[in-house]
Design a binder for this molecule. Sequence first.
Ligand SMILES: NC(=O)c1ccc[n+]([C@@H]2O[C@H](COP(=O)([O-])OP(=O)(O)OC[C@H]3O[C@@H](n4cnc5c(N)ncnc54)[C@H](O)[C@@H]3O)[C@@H](O)[C@H]2O)c1
Length: 302
Amino acid sequence: MKCLVTGGAGFIGSNLALELEKLGNEVTAVDNFLSGNKDNLKGFNGKIIEADVSDKDFMIDGKFDVIFHQAAITDPRYPDDEETYNKNINGFKNMIKLAQKNNAKLVYASTAGLYGNGKVPMREDQEKEILSAYGKSKLEIDRMAEKLFEKMNIVGLRYFNVFGPREKFKGRPASMVYHLAKQIRSGKNPRIFKFGEQKRDHIYVKDAVDATIKAANAKKSCIVNVGTGIATDFNELIKILNGILKTDFEPEYFDMPYDPKTYQADTQADTKKAEKLIGFRAKWELKEGIRDYMKWLDKNGW
Ligand SMILES: NC(=O)c1ccc[n+]([C@@H]2O[C@H](COP(=O)([O-])OP(=O)(O)OC[C@H]3O[C@@H](n4cnc5c(N)ncnc54)[C@H](O)[C@@H]3O)[C@@H](O)[C@H]2O)c1
């Protein structure tokens, strides 16, 4: 298969590009290096194109069977709301054009952020609660996709909280698994909001990549959750990290600096639709995913 991965130097995109290549596909990665980095693509033999996919006249020559659209301004607290919204929307519109020109399948990244502080487990059809310009852009993208369901092969993936190799260039928006592990590793107490009871559906990037590749073979267009179905709170996460890193650090609690209305307290995926429509079920248990990730960090650098 000939594949294009946008945001290919980013966290999920680079893991995806490397895995697609390992599976024997011909892969092109495109990125503007806003939050991605070429270091994430060490060992990648495909073509790397530096470009902004939201540019008015963005186009790539070459024939693609599948476009995996990961590129976006991914920081929900990015300072410019208008830029976040416009670039994310325009990037998606360009991918629709490119997919239609190539008669290619389009698999794109949506987000579980759209469920806001809605009820858990979160179902694809439940009411949405938009907390940021980032969320607003992703909801608009999902709506555009739904209108195209009958016309083209398009799958949206609402990733939950992905963690794993190659996320460090994201900085602050990187996963809590990464931040807490790093604090512990440098001999500090892991810092969490009072009182650590907020929950996340933490999903290992190898599972997220598996779901993304499976989505290319979906029998019909759809939007599905990509999560494990299991929610773990931050106190428990620290216990797991202490166990794996053989440390005994107590959490240091501090007041949340954000308006609680803009912060998701709990996330947990309802996984039934993904299982049915793309045949995906997470394989990595949280503890095993973290163990695998810590080994990777020790070998490749924190
Ligand atoms: N990581 C998560 O937990 C998570 C959760 C929900 C949704 N997502 C979505 O998954 C996708 C990948 O996220 P990620 O975690 O890998 O983040 P990331 O920031 O590491 O990856 C995004 C990549 O896109 C690139 N990019 C941004 N704007 C671009 C543009 N206009 N043109 C070309 N490249 C551009 C960035 O440089 C970066 O490499 C995003 O669409 C994100 O919204 C991620």
